[in-house]
Design a protein around this ligand. Sequence first.
Ligand code: ADP
Ligand code: MG
Length: 683
Amino acid sequence: MDIRLESSVKELKGIGPAKEKALRDAGIETLEDLAYFFPRGYEDRRTLRNIRDLRAGDDALVAGFVASKRYSPFARGRSASPLSLRIEDDTGTIDVVYFAGKYFEKSFAKGDRFVFYGRVTESGGRLQMIHPDFAPEGGRNDVRGILPVYPEIKGISQKEIRRLQGEVRGLYGEIKDWIPEKIAKENRLADIEFSLENIHFPEDGLKTRQAKFRMIFDELFALEAGMFAARAGNAGRGRGIIIDCGRSEEFTEGLGFKFTRDQEKAWKDVAADLESEKPMNRLIQGDVGSGKTAVAETAMFCAAKCGYQSVMMAPTEILARQHLNTLTSDLGRHGIRTGLLCSSMKAAEKRDVIERLKSGEIDVLAATHAVLSDGVEFKNPGLVITDEQHRFGVNQRKTLGAKGGFPNTLVMTATPIPRTLAVVLYGDLDISQIRTMPKGRKPVKTESIYPEDRDYAYGKAMEEIEKGRQVYVVAPLIEDSDAVDAVSAEALFDEIREKFPHVKSALIHGAMKQEEKDRIMSAFEAGDVRLLVSTVVIEVGINVPNATVMIIENAERFGLAQLHQLRGRVGRGGGESCCYLISAGDSDRAKERMEVMCKTTDGFEIAEKDLQLRGPGDIFGTRQHGLPQLSLSDLIRHGDVLEKASKAAKKLIEEDPSLLKAENAGVRKRVEKLFDGNIRLEI
Ligand code: ADP
Ligand code: MG
C-alpha cells in the first residue's frame, strides 16, 4: 500500500478505530503528525550492568542465560499463570517474570542468552524484573541502544509508538524544509530529514543534540514569527511625531508625592520615546500599586499639552470607569478634557463622545475595546495606553495602533513575568520595570506554618480584628471533595463561625451569582464583614486598605505567582500586614516554594523562582499566558535558542510582515498550525 505523509494513521498496520481515536486525542491524525510527535526523553540502554550491583528501583540493562524456567506454583497449567525465569550472569542471578506465561514460554529455552531491560524490584529478598523488554543477545531485535521515550498515549505502549515511528521513517525525505535557507544557514541548522531521523532513531548523542536543536529552533521560530506577525498587524504605523516632555514637572509637582527611583526611570524611558520620532512601543511592568498609572498620566499630560489626544484602554468597564475618575481628577485640574467610551453607554452618549473625539474636544479618553469599533476617529491621535492589569495574552493585546493612527503605544501590566518570557510575549516591545513600591508601603510579613499550628495564625487574625482591622482567609476548594485532600472554603467557613461566633464573617466563592458576590464584597469594603473566607475569586482587583491579615490554607496547592497576587490584597493601608501560609506539603519543593514567599515580596523574583521550581516536564504554563502549547521547547532552559530564533523571526517579519511571499509559505503554514487559528495573518 502506498502510504504518504498526508495519509491517516489508520493506514498503518495495527491501528484500528480505538487506537486511531487515542492517537487523535493526542493530536496525531496523519503520518506527518506522527513524525512531529517527539520523544520527551531518551532511555540510555547502552551499558550492561552486573546483576550483583543491581538495586531495587534501578532501571537496568542486564544480559545472562536462562538458568531455570518454571510456572508460578499457583494456578499451574492455566494460560494466565506467570512464567518465572532465573537469569544468571557471572556475578549473580535475578528472577524475570512474565504474566500470561504461556505466550512467552516458547521464547525462552534453557541455556540461551538474552538481554533484558526493565525496572528492578525486590520480592521475598530476591531481585526481580517484571515484564522487562527482552531480546536474544546479539539478535536483530536487540533492546540495547538509546531509546526514545514518548509522551504517554492511553492505550498505546511505548513499544508500539516506536514501531509506528519505524513505519513513518521512510517518509522523512518527503517533508519539505520550511525554514528559509538563509536562516537555516545562519543558524547552522541540521536539515529536517537528518533531524527527524536522529530524534526518533538516536544513535549518536551529538547528532541527536543537533537534531533537537533544529526542532526546538523550529518551534521557537514559528512561535516568534507568529508573535511578531501579530504585532506587525497591530503596531502603530502612524506618522512619526514628536511629543515634547519639557513641561512634565508641572504635572508631577502637583501629584503630592515624588516618583520612586523606578518610576523616575520608567518615565525617563517613556519621555525619550515620546521625544523621538520613532513610534513608542513600550511595556511597563510593575505590581499593582507600584505607580504605573502615575507614569502613564505624565505621558498623557505631555501629549495633551502638545495638542495630541490619548486613549487609556482597560479590559473591563469597571476599570475604564475607575480610570476616568483618576484621569479626571489628576488631569482635569490642568485644563485637560477627559471622556469615556464603553459599549454599555447609551447610543446618544456614545455619539456625543465620538463627535467630540473627532473635533478634538476630548484630550484624554478612558475606554474599553469599544474604542476599536468602526466610526471612532481622532482628530489628533498621539498616544494609546493599554492597561492590562492581570489579564493579558496574544488576543487581548490588539491595540489601537494601526487603526487609530496612534503613533505611540504604551502597555501596562501588573503581571510580573521574567524578562525571558516577556521577550516572547511582547515581541519587540521595549520594557521598563517598576520593582520598587512607593515609600510608606511596608512589605507584608510572611510566615509559613504547619497545619497543626493553624491556631497561631487565627489567633493573630483575631488580635487584628479586635484592633478594628479585617482579615482574608483563602482555601483552594469551594466544597469538600473526596478526590482532593485539601481544606474547602465551605468547611472552613463553618469551622470559623463555630469557633469565633462573635466575629462577623462571610463566605464568597466563584460559583456564586455575581450579585451575591457584589453584595458580600461591598459589605467587606464597608467594614460590615470583618473576616472573609474565599476561594481565589479575590485574586483580581480588590482593594480594601483596612485588611491586614491574609491566611492561605493549603498554600502548597497554589502557584507562587498566585500566592503573590493573593498576598497583594493586604499591605495596602498604612498598617503593618501579615500573610500566613498554612502548608501541608513537606516535599523539598513545597518547602522551597514557601521559603521564597517568606523571603521576598518582589514579584519579579517570585516569578523567576516559580519557573525554576517547575519540573522540566512542566512546560511552563504557557497556556495561562495565551501562548500556544510547545511540544519540545522550554522557554527558560532553551533561552539561548529562543534568542536566536527570535532574532531570525524578527528579521523575517520585517521583510514580510504577513508572510505573503511565496518562499515563506511554509513558515506561514507552521505558524498557523502552532497557533491553531489564534493568530490571524492578513490574507
Ligand atoms: P498602578 O497603576 O501601578 O497600580 P498607581 O499609579 O495607580 O499604581 O498608584 C497606586 C497608588 O499609589 C495611587 O493612589 C497613586 O497616587 C499612589 N502613588 C503612585 N506613585 C507614588 C509614589 N511615588 N509615592 C507615593 N504614592 C504613589
Ligand atoms: Mg493601576
